[in-house]
Design a protein around this ligand. Structure first.
Ligand SMILES: *Cc1c(COP(=O)(O)O)cnc(C)c1O
Length: 401
C-alpha cells in the first residue's frame, strides 16, 4: 500500500520545481483581458523584474511555450539558412540545440565533450579561429542532464571579441547560479519558468543584448512566424505581447520574481550553492560518485552504487522515495553521445527549496540505498549534512561581521 497520497510531497526534480503557495494563489485569480491597462501594468513590472534577475538593461522577452520554444526562437531568429553555427554539447540539452539546427539545415561546427565534462572555452576559441564566418555560438551554462557547469564568463568574453553571437541556455542557471548578462557580455540569455523561477511550466524568456538586437534589426531572413523574435521585440517596446499570453502565469511570475527580489538575488545564489555543497557532502559520505567533473550548483547527480544485491534498480528506488518519503527526484537521461538512463539519480537545488527539504531528500536516499543493499550505517548522511550546514552557517556569520 502506498502512503504517497497522505505524505507531504517534496518535488526535488530539476524541472518542474516546487511552486510557492503565494504563486499558486496568484494563479487561481480570475482571468483578466490582456489588452488592458491592468495587464500592461503587470507586464511592465514583470519585464522590469526580469531585467534585474538577468542582470541586464536589455529587453527580456517573455514567450509562451517551454524553455525549448524560447531557445529555438533565439536560434532561428539570429541566423539565416546557409550560414554556419558553432554548437556546444556535453549532454542532452546541448545535443537538442544541435538537433534544432539540423532541422533548419544550418551548417554546424560541433563541439562535443563527454557527458559529465564541461565545455572548454579554448575549444570554442579554436573553432571560431578556424571558422571566422560562424554567425552564432550556442552553449549550455548548466547542463542539467549531466549536472555540469562551465566557465561561461570566459566563453562570453572570448565570443564577444568575434563577430559571432553567443546564445546561452541559462534554463537552469538564471535565478540559481551567478550569471551576469551585461557584465559578462552575453549576447542572448534564455531561461524557462519551471526551473529556478518557481513557476509552473509554460513560459520561456529570451534576453536580447545589443549585438543580437543589431543583428535582428538587419533584415536577416527568418523562416518562421511565432518564433521570429522581431515580432516579440516590437511588441515588447510597446509594453505589449504579440499574441494572447498565458495571463495567469505572467501574473504569477510577478509574484515569484518579487519573492526572489525580497530574498535578494545574491542570497538566492548562495543558498542554492550551499544546498548543492551540502548535498555533495551528504552523497560523498555515502560513498557515491558524482556524475560530473565540474558540478553545477543547480542540480547534483550521482551514480548508483554497486551493492551486495547487484545494482540498485532506478525505477524501484525512486518509486520507494516517492511512496515511502514523498521525495521526488529525477533519474538519468539518454542522448546521442551519452546514456545515464538507469545509472544515476539527480537532486535539484533550484528555487523554493530549503535546507530541510535537502536534508529530508538525503536521509530518504540513504534509507532506500540501505534497503537496496548498500552497506552504510543509518544516520551517516544526516550527521554529515547537519555538520556541514552548521559549519557553513558559522562561516556566513563570520563573513557578515
Ligand atoms: C529543462 C531544460 C531545458 C528544456 O526546457 P523545457 O522547458 O523542458 O523545454 C533546456 N535546457 C536545460 C539546461 C534544461 O534544464
Amino acid at each position: 500500500m502506498s502512503t504517497e497520497a497522505t505524505l507531504r510531497q517534496r518535488l526535488l526534480t530539476p524541472g518542474p520545481t516546487q511552486v510557492p503557495e503565494a504563486v499558486l494563489r496568484e494563479l487561481a485569480k480570475p482571468i483578466i483581458h490582456h489588452r488592458t491597462d491592468q495587464f500592461r501594468q503587470i507586464f511592465s513590472q514583470v519585464s522590469q523584474r526580469l531585467r534585474r534577475i538577468f542582470c541586464t538593461q536589455c529587453p527580456v522577452l517573455t514567450i509562451c511555450g517551454s524553455g525549448t520554444t524560447a531557445f529555438e526562437a533565439a536560434q532561428v531568429s539570429l541566423i539565416s539558412p546557409g550560414q554556419k553555427a558553432v554548437t556546444c554539447a556535453s549532454g542532452k540539452f546541448g545535443e537538442r540545440w544541435q538537433d534544432v539546427y539540423d532541422v533548419y539545415g544550418i551548417e554546424q561546427v560541433r563541439i562535443n565533450a563527454p557527458w559529465g565534462h564541461a565545455i572548454e572555452p579554448e575549444r570554442i576559441a579554436q573553432a571560431l579561429q578556424q571558422h571566422p564566418d560562424a554567425k552564432v555560438v550556442t552553449v549550455v551554462h548548466s547542463e542539467t542532464s549531466t549536472a555540469t557547469g562551465c566557465d561561461l564568463k570566459s566563453i562570453a568574453q572570448l565570443v564577444a571579441s568575434t563577430d559571432a553571437i553567443l546564445i546561452v541556455d541559462g534554463i537552469t542557471s538564471v535565478g540559481a547560479l551567478p550569471v551576469e548578462m551585461d557584465a559578462w557580455g552575453i549576447d542572448v540569455l534564455v531561461a524557462g519558468s519551471q526551473k529556478a523561477l518557481m513557476l509552473p511550466p509554460g513560459l520561456g524568456f529570451v534576453a536580447v543584448g545589443d549585438r543580437a538586437r543589431h543583428r535582428l534589426d538587419r533584415s536577416i531572413s527568418v523562416h518562421c512566424y511565432n518564433l521570429d523574435l522581431r515580432r516579440w521585440l516590437s511588441s515588447y517596446e510597446k509594453n505589449d505581447v504579440p499574441f494572447t499570453p498565458p495571463i495567469s502565469l505572467i501574473r504569477a511570475l510577478s509574484v515569484a520574481l518579487e519573492m526572489i527580489e525580497r530574498e535578494g538575488l545574491q542570497r538566492v545564489w548562495s543558498r542554492t550553492s550551499r544546498l548543492a555543497a551540502g548535498t555533495r557532502e551528504g552523497l560523498r559520505v555515502l560513498g557515491l560518485k558524482l556524475i560530473s567533473a565540474m558540478p553545477s550548483d543547480s542540480v547534483t547527480g550521482a551514480f548508483y552504487p554497486q551493492t551486495t544485491a547487484g545494482s540498485v534498480d532506478d525505477g524501484t528506488f525512486r518509486a520507494a522515495l516517492r511512496q515511502r518519503h514523498g521525495i521526488h527526484i529525477a533519474g538519468g537521461q539518454k542522448g546521442r553521445c551519452g546514456d545515464f538512463a538507469g545509472r544515476i539519480f539527480r537532486v535539484s537545488h533550484m528555487g523554493h527549496i530549503s535546507e530541510m527539504d535537502t536534508r529530508a531528500a538525503l536521509v530518504a536516499i540513504e534509507a532506500e540505498l540501505i534497503a537496496a543493499g548498500h552497506p552504510v550505517k543509518r544516520g551517516t548522511t544526516g550527521k554529515a549534512i547537519e555538520r556541514f550546514f552548521n559549519d557553513s552557517v558559522i562561516a556566513s556569520h563570520v563573513e557578515e561581521e
